[in-house]
Write a new protein. Structure first.
Length: 387
């Protein structure tokens, strides 16, 4: 088995397979240090934690992860909080930075004797329609190489080789939400004990805890704005304004240790299987970060694919592999639907024309419904923390 990519999808898959005695190698374009340092997601759904525990992959998050169950919405109409662990299915998130999870998964894979080739870029997957697919690679020293396997898992993200190798006829469902965020990591403790979503005429602002001294903030910005266009003072002033710090309490300021421009886009590849090549994680579908689903979907798909591969390779039962695409797509579209709803809830058009006013009034009405309707809150909680 060849697994492309050492992100959450590839490493969860490789760990589960190796644990069941299935020989697999992980090919990763980046170096070990880069893979361990990529700060991205942090909110793990209850299902994600269950999957990781079930496979003995939750040691770090059980020791250091922090339960989280409240979000707060702020807008021109005031603020309200939802304790979602008391709503819907009664589940909560565990906050654990993605780079720490990836470091744990890497360590576990290598402890078990797993083989991972860093700085090895997959260039193309060939002959996926045969029982002996090949992965053409560029090795760390620049020389070409070739890996052969029974199956190839494309867990190499949206710009990876798996997507580039799909046959004609693969459908890419795509949506650009027309929204851009400046993603920030501040070396400062969280400013509130909740995820903060601020809807403001100047654009969205978000607050998400990561650790006791690192906090993620998001600021909606103009498309095309360079990550370093605004000074730290301008960023903190903008966050204060949009989060309404004067009314609801100050934000803890600190050095901005990471800035990323995030274009809110979603896509889904269909199908998720092409002969011996399977897509999982961001390679299968990209999801806008509004509802923090990306890393959770990656783990869910890796688990689904791992079970199907184990049935096929150890019990000669191809049923799971044949159903993988349809099953995966069902989960992906459910997450996309909720994420799309969140994106519409948090961003409105900036204009003052009739159409912009219409959309902004709808958005206000949605927030009011979420504030006042218990059944709407139950629906929200189920989808927000579920996957
Ligand atoms: P990854 O983590 O991108 O890993 C893919 C790996 O493949 C490697 N690769 C290749 N290797 C070999 N050959 C090639 N040709 C290759 N091309 C690429 C890459 O180097 C990399 O190591 O994908 P995976 O495993 O599918 O995991 C997906 C998640 O990482 C992603 O969905 C989330 O990080 C998205 N996301 C969030 N998700 C959440 O659930 N909650 C969040 O709060 C959240 N916040 C975020 C996010 C993504 C962000 N970025 C990327 C814009 C915040 C940000 C800023």
């Amino acid at each position: 088995m060849v697994v492309l990519g050492a992100g959450p999808a590839g490493l969860v898959l490789a760990n589960i397979l190796l644990d069941r005695g299935i020989d697999c190698v992980v090919l990763e374009r980046a170096g070990r240090g880069d893979v361990r340092a990529r700060a991205r997601a942090g909110f793990l759904a209850a299902h994600t934690v269950r999957v990781l525990r079930q496979h003995g992959l939750a040691g770090g998050l059980d020791r250091h992860g922090r339960p989280h169950s409240t979000c707060e919405f702020r807008s021109e109409e005031g603020r309200f909080r939802l304790d979602y662990s008391g709503l819907g299915l009664g589940e909560r998130h565990t906050v654990y930075p993605q780079q720490d999870l990836v470091a744990d998964l890497l360590a576990r894979f290598e402890e078990r004797g797993g083989q991972i080739r860093f700085a090895t870029e997959a260039v193309a997957v060939r002959h996926a329609d045969t029982p002996r697919p090949e992965v053409e690679v560029r090795e760390a020293d620049g020389r070409p190489g070739l890996w052969r396997a029974r199956y190839v898992a494309g867990c190499d993200g949206r710009h990876g080789a798996a997507r580039r190798s799909l046959p004609p006829g693969t459908v890419r469902h795509h949506r650009d939400h027309g929204v851009t965020w400046l993603g920030l990591l501040a070396q400062a403790p969280p400013s509130l004990d909740a995820v903060g979503y601020a809807v403001h005429a100047r654009g969205f602002a978000g607050h998400m805890a990561r650790t006791s001294d690192i906090t993620r903030y998001y600021l909606q910005c103009e498309r095309g704005m360079p990550a370093h266009a605004w000074s730290p003072e301008r960023i903190w002033d903008e966050l204060d304004l949009r989060m309404r710090a004067r009314e609801y309490g100050p934000l803890h300021r600190g050095p901005l240790v990471q800035r990323t421009v995030v274009t809110l886009e979603s896509d889904v590849m269909e199908p998720l299987r092409h002969g011996a090549l399977f897509l999982a994680g961001d390679a299968a579908g990209l999801i806008s970060p509004s509802a923090a689903k990306g890393a959770n979907l990656a783990v869910l798909e890796a688990d689904l694919l791992a079970r199907a591969l184990i049935d096929d390779l150890t019990a000669n039962d191809p049923g799971g592999l044949n159903a993988y695409s349809a099953r995966g797509l069902t989960h992906i579209w459910r997450a996309q639907e909720f994420s799309h709803w969140m994106t519409a809830l948090l961003h409105g058009p900036a204009g003052t024309d009739g159409e912009s006013r219409f959309h902004n009034s709808l958005r206000r009405s949605r927030l009011t419904s979420l504030r006042t309707s218990r059944s709407h809150q139950d629906w929200f909680a189920e989808h927000y923390v579920g996957i």
